[in-house]
Design a protein around this ligand. Structure first.
Ligand code: ATP
Ligand code: MG
Length: 335
């Protein structure tokens, strides 16, 4: 495997950046879409404040982490500063309020792993999930957004990888493949590993931002405007990075022994985390440490069937990037 990882990149890789950048540009949401999201958030704030005057609403997920492609749903967190609340009751109450204000398809999913209310706003056409007090997600959204400010190649790579994962059907957690959040962490990790590095390890630097959420201290260097140009000594083009990304996940990563860790800017051993065997439903076949909730393996949804699917997809993509005359077409072909 290691030998293949050392293979030389095709000579004509340079000519492939333009079509990849065109795909990236086509996925960027229009300003108009952002404005509609704001409008919906303002409406929701108005409705929520009537019932819970001290509550706050936060956008999180791809509508706020800079990795949202156009026409994404929005994720909203309702923060109620009261440890006594019963989440199910709040969700049902919230669903009631939203329904009476003409929002459509309102559904309270109180038994989901992350309980939410779903809705669709007929005015803007936007669908939205609202969860309660999921502040870790709000904080990891900020971390991703801050990383995105440092080097535009992260956003470009992540858009391309998310688009590939959706086209190939490997972005479906209930089928044992990975979440968008996991793919973005894989991109950050990968860019931290380039030499010269394209991204730093923000959690390994001086802590300029610190909050404690659910007893977890979330702290890192967030003055990212001071890090502009961090990766500029590395001149790799986007096409070269897409090529290397798929090679890394096809042939370079040691699935048997290693955990990728954005928190440390490196890999750590499965041994060290005690992620070497199956415990309950957690099989640890591909290990991606959550940057804050470090006991959480984002790869835990992956089972012995879906790991095969995933690795074959990485190998397919690596192969296309190395040999196909027109990789931008083949890579995103529907499965
Ligand atoms: P998409 O564009 O596909 O909707 P997304 O980033 O919004 O991408 P979601 O799956 O909707 O992805 O997740 C929303 C947010 O919830 C993530 O950005 C992340 O902050 C948080 N999140 C999702 N899955 C996990 C997880 N397994 N553990 C911790 N946080 C998660
Ligand atoms: Mg989302």
């Amino acid at each position: 495997r290691n030998l293949k990882w050392q293979i030389e990149c095709r000579a004509d890789i340079g000519r492939l950046s333009a079509p990849f950048l065109a795909i990236y540009e086509s996925l960027i949401p229009a300003e108009e879409e952002k404005a509609k999201q704001k409008k919906l958030l303002t409406l929701l704030e108005k409705l929520v404040c009537k019932e819970w005057p001290d509550a706050r609403l936060y956008l999180y997920g791809s509508c706020a982490n800079s990795f949202g492609v156009s026409k994404s749903d929005i994720d909203v967190c309702l923060a109620i500063n009261d440890s006594e609340i019963n989440k199910s009751e709040v969700l049902l109450k919230l669903a009631d309020i939203l329904q009476s204000d003409n929002l459509q398809n309102v559904q309270a999913l109180t038994r989901a792993r992350v309980p939410i209310v779903k809705l669709m706003d007929p005015v803007t056409g936007i669908s939205c999930d609202i969860c309660i007090n999921n502040l870790l997600a709000v904080v990891n959204t900020k971390l991703l957004r801050d990383y995105a400010q440092i080097d535009v190649r992260l956003q470009q790579l992540a858009f391309i990888v998310k688009h590939w994962a959706k086209s190939r059907g490997v972005n479906v957690t209930y089928q044992g493949t990975l979440s968008s959040y996991a793919y973005v962490l894989m991109c950050i990790h990968f860019l931290q590993q380039r030499r010269p590095a394209i991204l730093p390890c923000l959690q390994g630097m001086e802590k300029t931002y610190s909050v404690t959420v659910d007893d977890i201290e979330c702290a890192y260097f967030d003055q990212v405007d001071k890090l502009h140009g961090f990766g500029s000594r590395n001149k790799e083009s986007i096409a070269r990075l897409v090529w290397a990304f798929f090679n890394y996940w096809a042939y370079g990563h040691d699935y048997a022994s290693n955990v990728i860790s954005v928190r440390t800017g490196s890999t750590i051993s499965k041994q060290e985390k005690d992620w070497t065997r199956r415990i309950g439903n957690d099989r640890h076949l591909i290990c991606i440490e959550d940057p804050f909730e470090v006991t959480h393996d984002l790869g835990r949804v992956v089972d012995k069937f879906s790991i095969k699917v995933l690795r074959e997809e990485f190998e397919r993509a690596a192969e296309i990037m190395q040999h196909d005359p027109n990789p931008c077409v083949k890579l995103f072909e529907p499965y």
